[in-house]
Design a protein around this ligand. Structure first.
Ligand SMILES: [Zn+2]
Ligand SMILES: [Zn+2]
Length: 412
């Protein structure tokens, strides 16, 4: 597995690692990250003790010995528990969740049928709410709260929280927790929607099957301190049920009924079931399609792929091979304009308005190095500038000198 170093595209905003594991390089760079701060404090304290106790230079440190012994015992216990749980794991259907998914999907099909008879404004309204709530997922729950790829001001966080709640995809804390685990343990038993368990499981099955014990275990150890310090996220988490009812059901359904006298019955199946299910499946495509069918220009050793169709539907979230390699990049992709990455356009607009800052990105050199080292060789196929080494024919000034010499020889 290749590793790269985070960069920023705005001065003064150093990269940070929120995940709390294997981020030694970032440890000294980001004092704001509480876990890393804690670790650096421990490291500093240890270092001070070491420098004052010169006599104790033979390597033995009682406190370290105790810690190591304790840590190794804990690790052993954890490993034993994991192994036992993995052997016993027999996924069970969670019937209420399966019932909810069935209701949503069957109701969505009925909503599609009713859309043929709906008022034109209802059609516009459902399209607008899909886009609006979709950005709540992509710019909010994903790029901001899961990956910390930029900073959002309080008004923007409130707006994103509102938009995300309309989507109805659980609270942002829970969403980000599972997503961080997905990135850290992708395609392992600890991945909530492990694509190695098949398309259906990665797409929707994971939502109504009991999770693998390793998923439960990792949910307890992923660092979420940044979200725990975010009042907006914690407020949404605390009052999620009522907020969901108001934002995801009442608001989308009542507006067409109140403002242009759409039938409440039609509005419900269209603006709740159909809208909700559409957004849900588009998000599912990122976990299924974008983990299965496509090129791997940045790292062929991982499962995620580049899926332009998913990017089109999911507002820029289909550049998934890139995203898993550089998850801190707020663009979640190397190429593409705003057409295939509306979310990036939204974040850039917010930055212009002073609502967003600290957009983290990746340098072209870093991308190139990674693509050359680990990619499957398809990167240049999707790069409009990548054919810079190509030539249009004889006489092109980019023709390699040695080729010109040889051509001249052949002609003479
Ligand atoms: Zn992600
Ligand atoms: Zn993924």
């Amino acid at each position: 597995m290749c590793l790269s170093t985070p960069t920023t595209n705005e001065a003064g905003n150093s990269a940070s690692c929120s995940l709390g594991v294997a981020c030694n390089a970032a440890r000294t760079e980001n004092a704001a990250d509480s876990q890393l701060k804690h670790r650096s404090q421990v490291a500093t304290a240890t270092h001070t003790k070491e420098s004052t106790k010169l006599d104790d230079s033979l390597g033995f440190k009682e406190e370290n010995a105790i810690y190591k012994e304790h840590a190794s015992k804990q690790q052993q216990q954890e490993q034993q528990q994991q192994q036992a749980a993995a052997v016993d794991y027999n996924p069970q259907i969670r019937w209420p969740d399966l019932g909810a998914q069935t209701f949503l999907h069957v109701g969505a099909l009925y909503g599609v049928y009713l859309l043929c008879y709906a008022k034109f404004y209802t059609f516009l309204w459902v399209a607008a709410t899909i886009l609006f709530s979709g950005i709540g997922i992509t710019a909010g729950a994903h790029r901001l709260w899961s990956h910390k790829s930029y900073h959002a001001s309080l008004p923007l966080r409130i707006l994103l929280c509102f938009m995300f709640t309309i989507a109805g995809q659980r609270d942002a804390y829970t969403w980000a927790l599972d997503h961080r685990i997905h990135h850290k343990f992708s395609e392992t038993d600890a991945d909530p929607h492990n694509a190695n368990r098949g398309f259906f499981f990665a797409h929707v099955g994971w939502l109504f099957l009991t999770p693998h014990p390793k998923v439960i275990e990792k949910r307890k150890v992923i660092d979420m301190s940044d979200l725990e310090a975010d009042a907006v996220v914690m407020f949404q988490r605390k009052y999620y049920i009522i907020l969901f009812a108001l934002c995801s059901i009442v608001l989308p359904v009542m507006v067409p009924w109140y403002f242009w006298q759409e039938s409440l019955w039609m509005s419900f199946w269209i603006n709740f079931n159909m809208r909700f299910t559409w957004t849900l499946n588009v998000a599912f495509f990122v976990n299924s399609v974008a983990h299965m069918y496509g090129n791997k220009p940045y790292d062929k050793n991982i499962t995620p792929v580049e899926a332009p169709i998913v990017s089109l539907l999911a507002l820029g979230e289909g550049w998934h091979n890139y995203h898993h390699v550089f998850p801190w990049d707020y663009k979640t992709g190397e190429f593409g304009n705003y057409t295939l990455n509306i979310t990036t356009g939204f974040i850039d607009l917010c930055a212009r308005l002073g609502l967003a800052s600290g957009r983290k990105s990746v340098s072209p050199d870093m991308v190139l190095r990674r693509a050359e080292k680990c990619g499957d060789g398809t990167r240049f196929l999707s790069d409009e500038y990548a054919h810079k080494d190509q030539v249009w024919g004889f006489g092109d000034c980019d023709l390699p000198r040695e080729d010109i010499v040889e051509l001249v020889k052949m002609q003479s």
